[in-house]
Design a protein around this ligand. Sequence first.
Ligand SMILES: [Zn+2]
Length: 118
Amino acid sequence: MRWVVVFPGWLKRWVFSFVSAITLWPFIFVKHDHLKADERLIRHEMIHLRQQVELLVLPFYLWYLTEYLLRLVQYRDRQKAYVNISFEREAYAHESTPDYLPQRPFWAFLRFLTLPAK
Ligand SMILES: [Zn+2]
């Protein structure tokens, strides 16, 4: 299942201006229409879709927010906290690997919990 759509108006008001895509299962929202063809970006968001399904969606968001807040305490830097969330570490590490998702192990993001900081 893959539904990629341009940010609707209500979402634009809630997303930071630097964000070019956001995944809210089962949708991938992109800021501009041309981004639908950005394979690296879509692969990154597809990894988030898989993570969300594996955690039955709602717990993903709770975990994501909790880990972000813990990383914020850890690094005292918003950008560094964001890129070091285990879900983001996995997505950034494999967004350029075309055959990653078919062979990705279940709950693979757990392997990214304890990596050194980016
Ligand atoms: Zn991401």
